[in-house]
Design a protein around this ligand. Structure first.
Ligand code: UT7
Length: 336
């Protein structure tokens, strides 16, 4: 096994803000309910002509600028997204061309909804650790606003758009990656979905409005039960303890879910990082955005251990413990 490390990170969110008071004008809701039940104050919404590939491009540009990195020599591009510009071609292929990455690099999208970024990171680590690839660009990006029903108050208050990018490089003897845990329970596939070619899953007739549909209570219950158990599996596979985890970054679905998850784990909520307060639930982007916010705020430091845990539609989940091994930034990040 070779070592693999994350050497650079970048992020992007669209300029347009959708506030809770904006939503009060659109559906029967109010600021107090949204903040109390979710912790979300604002989300960023992409322009009509702005797609996931555009957000990805901007996130990689941020990464290159901050870390003085080139992506010309990446040999694999992995994009975790549920809202690609097209069913095909992939966002990864569009990105390869737009960033001028040589045609010899592999490019593929991964679909695991809100768990997608951690799945992509796990895949990239396997590629680099096995020696199959040297330098992998990994993105988590979504434009959920494009598939959100803005007449449904139970979902439209949650979602926002964003992208996060990391560069994973062969680290010689240094391996930033410790334990991981993956899982999926398709018996809950009908609890959160975006209709596609089929309209039935688990013998349930799906609602097809062309928009995302969610049974929030069911997903809530499943995640609060599943994530603490998954975190323990990550720790067991790394031979680590929770006390050694400097920062816990669960998927930013809802602060009201992160609180009981931390409580069940007996982990201090102050050491949980999330991106939902000003960006909402950005699906595959939520974890890299939260990591990036922590780095920008000077909280997350090189050498610290970070435990990422993604969960969502599938019902799929994925956790990864890693030690931060970023290169030094050459220029400060632009404000998000
Ligand atoms: O990204 C990964 C997958 N997604 C998730 O992990 C999301 C998980 N679920 C959630 O975040 C929460 O379940 C929601 C935020 C979606 C809903 O919060 P909740 O505390 O579970 O509310 P609820 O569905 O139990 O509804 C409670 C009440 C209902 O009214 P009644 O029946 O008690 O009269 C809803 O109609 O709140 C009502 N309600 C609202 N009221 C004002 C639902 N949405 C709203 C709203 N504003 N936006």
């Amino acid at each position: 096994m070779k070592g693999a490390k994350i050497t650079a990170i970048g992020a992007y969110v669209p300029a347009r803000r959708l506030t809770n008071s904006d939503l009060e004008q659109m559906v029967d809701t109010n600021e107090e309910w949204i903040v109390q039940r979710t912790g979300i104050r604002e989300r960023r919404i992409s322009r009509e002509d702005e797609y996931t590939s555009d957000l990805c491009t901007a996130a990689v540009q941020d990464l290159m600028k901050r870390y003085g990195k080139s992506v010309q020599d990446v040999d694999m591009i992995l994009v975790a997204t549920s809202t690609p510009d097209f069913s095909f071609p992939s966002v990864a292929s569009i990105l390869q061309n737009r960033l001028g990455i040589p045609v010899t690099a592999g490019a593929v999208d991964l679909s695991a909804a809100c768990a997608g970024f951690v799945y992509a990171l796990h895949t990239a680590h396997a590629y680099v650790a096995s020696g199959l690839h040297r330098k992998v660009l990994v993105l988590g990006a979504d434009t959920l606003s494009k598939i959100t029903d803005y007449t449904d108050r139970s979902t439209c208050i949650l979602f926002g758009d964003g992208a996060g990018a990391v560069l994973l490089e062969s680290g010689g003897l240094v391996d930033g990656f410790a334990g991981f845990h993956l899982g999926s329970d398709g018996s809950g596939a009908h609890h959160v979905y975006h209709p596609g070619l089929s309209h039935v899953v688990n013998e349930v007739d799906l609602i097809d409005t062309g928009k995302l549909v969610q049974n929030g209570r069911e997903v809530f219950r499943w995640a609060v039960r599943t994530v603490p158990q998954g975190v323990q599996q990550v720790l067991d596979s790394a031979g680590a303890t929770l006390e050694q985890v400097d920062w816990f970054i669960p998927h930013s679905a809802n602060l009201r879910m992160i609180e009981p998850i931390c409580e069940r784990m007996n982990y201090p909520l102050e050491q949980a990082l999330y991106s939902l307060e000003y960006f909402g639930n950005t699906s595959a982007a939520s974890i890299p955005l939260a990591l990036d916010l922590g780095i920008r705020a000077g909280k997350v430091l090189n050498g610290q251990q970070v435990l990422l845990y993604g969960f969502g539609a599938g019902l799929a989940h994925a956790g990864q413990l890693l030690r931060l091994t970023l290169d030094t930034e050459v220029s400060p990040p632009a404000p998000l």
